[in-house]
Design a protein around this ligand. Structure first.
Ligand SMILES: Cc1cc2nc3c(=O)[nH]c(=O)nc-3n(C[C@H](O)[C@H](O)[C@H](O)COP(=O)(O)OP(=O)(O)OC[C@H]3O[C@@H](n4cnc5c(N)ncnc54)[C@H](O)[C@@H]3O)c2cc1C
Length: 391
């Protein structure tokens, strides 16, 4: 016996639940399938357990994609205000932490419960844990063989996410379906991820682990000013997570460790001082970093004995530190997956495949990746709403 639905959504994460609820509340008969035993695990662990569910400053410029314009339409039709209204309707208390980032006051599980309730309001049917064994297209419908039986539907929505954090259920399922139906892929790689150093660089900075500085970091077309954190494996912190989405292997990052304090002016003001350059820098940088930086640069004599040239070089290095990471901390630590299903094969209004009617891709499986700060969930809500309003 094959159970029939108007739409089957594979992946009951952020995008999948939003899509299923939207379509269900429009009167569509929807089945939501997930292979995980627990619902919404990624939402539960997000934002340190409080879910940074949107960002009030969200614009298309906060996203990375081969086609930077693709996300415009969906983001315009489902905005942070729309999601905030939903959150308020469910009585979930929230606050702005910084830079427009909205978090639950209490727990991310409230967002999961809210989405589940919205699905219930749309009479969405569930199967989880349920593994999809095969997907086929028969005439005008899709046929799915699963561990919970055979299902058929006119529309199939792939909302199975990216590859980040495999231990809570990430799989390449969506990429395989895209490949099966002839959609192109932008090669996936880890995003919003710490960067690693080689042994020589680690030896130079390894014992700075735990130190954090306000810095400007640039790579490719990206430039961010936030905290940079030294770790025992390399660099992390919001500035590094952000720039990791723009960094290409083999290239160097450009770091300004003193964005508010021109080092040359600091040195000029204390040119005749008997203090060491590390003490001068220790007024504006963490002391351990100032110490280690000066030692590595050989700037170990008192200010009045340093040559102009050496001080100029020291100042320039602090504003233009070029550091070449050897790699990333990988999918285990990445918050998102860059790349994915190429948007060239999808409608930006509905997320439907241009060549396979009824096949939709939403959320992180698509080559649209947000900056850190609530943008990835906003994309999940907006793309889920776009598909759910269309199918
Ligand atoms: C630690 C961490 C913290 C984060 N914090 C934030 C934050 O605070 N704010 C923010 O905006 N973003 C955050 N993100 C990113 C955000 O969680 C994702 O971008 C978002 O969840 C993507 O939504 P999605 O629905 O596309 O995929 P997911 O939420 O990953 O959902 C995909 C679903 O598909 C299921 N699935 C996978 N493979 C299969 C299969 N073969 N068969 C059936 N089901 C399958 C999975 O079990 C999962 O339930 C964070 C990510 C991580 C890892």
């Amino acid at each position: 016996m094959t159970a029939r639905f108007d739409a089957i959504v594979v992946g009951a994460g952020a995008a999948g639940m939003m899509c299923a609820a939207t379509a269900g509340q429009r009167g569509r008969r929807v089945l939501l399938i997930d292979h995980a035993a627990k619902l919404g695990e990624k939402i539960r662990i997000s934002g340190g357990g409080r879910c940074n569910f949107t960002n009030i400053h969200c614009t298309p410029e906060h996203f990375v994609s081969r086609n930077p314009h693709f996300c415009r339409s969906a983001l315009a039709r489902y905005t942070p205000k729309d999601f905030i209204a939903l959150v308020e309707r469910h009585g979930i208390r929230y606050h702005e932490k910084k830079l427009g980032q909205l978090f639950c006051d209490d727990s991310a599980t409230q967002i999961i419960a809210m989405l589940e309730a919205e699905c219930d309001a749309g009479h969405v049917a569930w199967h989880m844990p349920c593994t999809v064994k095969a997907v086929e297209r028969h005439g005008d419908h899709f046929a799915l063989a699963t561990t919970a039986g055979a299902f058929a539907s006119a529309s199939l929505v792939i909302a199975s996410g990216g590859l980040s954090v495999p231990k809570i259920g990430a799989t390449p399922f969506g990429y395989r379906v895209a490949d099966q139906f002839g959609l192109d892929m932008v090669p996936p790689h880890p995003g919003l991820v710490p960067l690693t150093f080689d042994a020589a660089e680690l030896a130079r900075f390894g014992d700075l682990s735990g130190i954090s500085v306000d810095a400007t970091v640039s790579a490719g077309s990206g430039r961010f000013r936030e905290n940079l954190l030294f770790t025992h494996r390399g660099l992390s912190g919001p500035a590094i997570l952000q720039i990791s989405s723009y960094w290409t292997p083999g290239s160097a990052l450009q770091v300004d460790l003193l964005p508010d304090h021109p080092a040359a002016e600091l040195f000029r003001a204390q040119r005749r001082s008997l203090a060491l350059p590390a003490s001068v820098l220790g007024e504006v940088l963490p002391k351990r970093l100032a110490q280690q930086w000066c030692e590595a640069a050989g700037a170990t004599r008192p200010m009045d004995q340093m040559s102009d040239q050496a001080l100029e070089a020291l100042a320039a290095g602090l504003h233009d530190w070029r550091v070449k990471p050897t790699g990333t901390a990988g999918y285990q630590k990445a918050e998102v997956t860059l790349g994915g299903v190429d948007t060239a094969g999808l409608s930006s209004k509905t997320m439907e495949s241009r060549n396979v009617p009824g096949l939709y891709f939403i959320g992180e499986v698509v080559d649209v990746t947000g900056h850190l700060g609530g943008f990835n969930f906003q994309w999940a809500w907006a793309s889920g709403f776009a598909a759910g309003s269309s199918l």
